[in-house]
Every structure is written in structure tokens, then in C-alpha cells.
Design a protein around this ligand. Structure first.
Ligand SMILES: Nc1ncnc2c1ncn2[C@@H]1O[C@H](COP(=O)(O)OP(=O)(O)OP(=O)(O)O)[C@@H](O)[C@H]1O
Ligand SMILES: [Mg+2]
Length: 221
């Protein structure tokens, strides 16, 4: 097992304005099993994972490479590559509801609005042909039906919140014009956009140098 932050999935629950429905934890993962069914056979990637996160709590998950940290996160978010990946057993109880029992449409509504994920590689997660402002603004256009003008204002506000300097000018720029640390901040801004109750961060700092890592961790906290 790694001893540091690298190789770990950190699941962080942001302080929440809306308390979870019921008295239980915000997220309760129970006996989760995930397997991949490929031509070469079946690989059991996750075998009975249990953890829970309360509102306002930060949980760090450590494990060696290939132990299933990212796959667990994907299963919770409902973005598991399926096929070949299948959740074969267990429950993902979020705000009192088992997400595994929801329809695809209901899960889409939970994603982004109530639960967001930050990935390791911001460059490949951002769209290279859309400006950063358009991508941030899209969250508000899709989820809140905001106008183009309002969406841009919100995008600038978010960029300022994650301390991107000269946000008003930078909002028009494209991902390749940002440094690695700045791109990761954009990813964080996108995750924060709709004020989700849970943020799952899968190695959000691995691609960054040590000083920028520290800044990003501080920002997340
Ligand atoms: N799309 C896929 N198809 C087949 N197998 C997969 C797929 N995605 C992941 N796996 C397998 O699931 C297992 C768990 O992978 P996972 O990415 O969750 O590891 P991890 O703990 O996040 O590792 P790392 O610390 O290197 O990121 C691995 O054996 C991996 O090969
Ligand atoms: Mg991983």
C-alpha cells in the first residue's frame, strides 16, 4: 500500500446546505462488487468494498495500483464502462437512495447536481475546441437553463473562486492555453459549479508538480 497521497482516491464530501434525506450517512457503499467480462474471461476488480461518508467529512481511500479505487469511484458515479464492467452485487446508498436501483435518467440528474467527480488528467477531460468559459457555462445552461450572458458571468465567478488570475480575460481561452495546475483548477471549478453534496476526486494532483499539488489540495479543502 502506498503511504502517501499518490495512488489514492480521495472522496470528499463538501459541507452541504441540504442535509441528506434521512439520518444515515451521505454516502454508504455496501458490499460493492464489480467485474469486467472480457473475451479473455471475467476479472473481479472490486470484491466487497464497504465505506461511508458523512456530510462535511473527507474520506481518503488508499490502495495499490490496480486495486480498484478508480473502478469503485466510477461505479458510485454511475460512469462505469459497461460493458465490459458490471456491478454484480452491493448497494450505493446516496442520500438514502440506492443509486444502483435508479433509471439512467434519474442517475444523470444526480450526477453534476448532487455528486461530481474530478479526474486525474484535466487535459483529456476538457474539450479542446471549446473555450474554458463555454465549458464552465454549459453546466448552468444545461442544469439551470441559464442564458449565454448569465452562464458566462457564472463561469467568471467560478474561475475567481478557484483563484484563476485574470478570469475575465481567461474565460475566452482554450484548455491548451492553460498550465496544468490551472486546468486542474478548471476541473475543480466544474465540479463545484452546481454545488454538489459529494465530490469524488480520483488522484486530482498526480499530474501536477509538488507546489501546485499543495495549492490544489488546499483549494479542495
Ligand atoms: N474498462 C476496463 N476493462 C477491463 N478491466 C478494467 C477496466 N477498467 C479497469 N479494469 C481493471 O480493474 C482493476 C482495477 O482498476 P482501477 O483502475 O480501479 O485501479 P486503481 O486502484 O484505480 O489503480 P491506480 O492506482 O493505478 O489508478 C484493474 O485490474 C484494471 O485492469
Ligand atoms: Mg485509479
Amino acid at each position: 500500500m502506498p503511504t502517501g497521497g499518490t495512488g489514492a482516491t480521495e472522496a470528499a464530501a463538501a459541507p452541504s446546505a441540504q442535509p441528506p434525506a434521512g439520518d444515515g450517512p451521505l454516502l454508504d457503499v455496501r458490499d460493492l462488487h464489480v467485474e469486467f467480462r472480457t473475451r479473455e474471461g471475467t476479472a473481479k476488480a472490486v470484491n466487497g468494498v464497504n465505506y461511508s461518508v458523512d456530510a462535511g467529512e473527507t474520506l481518503a481511500v488508499l490502495g495499490e495500483s490496480g486495486s480498484g479505487k478508480s473502478v469503485t469511484a466510477q461505479a458510485i458515479m454511475g460512469i462505469l464502462d459497461s460493458p465490459p464492467g458490471f456491478v454484480t452485487q452491493g448497494e450505493v446508498v446516496f442520500q438514502g437512495r440506492d443509486l444502483l436501483k435508479l433509471s439512467a435518467e434519474e442517475r444523470r440528474r444526480v450526477r453534476g447536481a448532487k455528486m461530481a467527480m474530478i479526474f486525474q488528467d484535466a487535459l483529456s477531460s476538457l474539450n479542446p475546441v471549446l473555450s474554458v468559459g463555454e465549458q464552465l457555462g454549459e453546466m448552468f445552461r444545461v442544469h439551470h437553463k441559464a442564458s449565454r450572458k448569465d452562464a458566462r458571468a457564472k463561469a467568471i465567478e467560478l474561475m475567481e473562486r478557484v483563484r484563476i488570475p485574470a478570469a475575465r480575460e481567461r474565460v475566452k481561452q482554450y484548455p491548451h492555453q492553460f498550465s496544468g495546475g490551472m486546468r486542474q483548477r478548471v476541473m475543480i471549478a466544474m465540479a463545484l459549479a452546481l454545488e454538489p453534496d459529494l465530490i469524488i476526486a480520483d488522484e486530482p494532483t498526480t499530474a501536477l508538480d509538488v507546489t501546485v499539488q499543495a495549492q490544489v489540495m488546499e483549494l479542495l479543502a
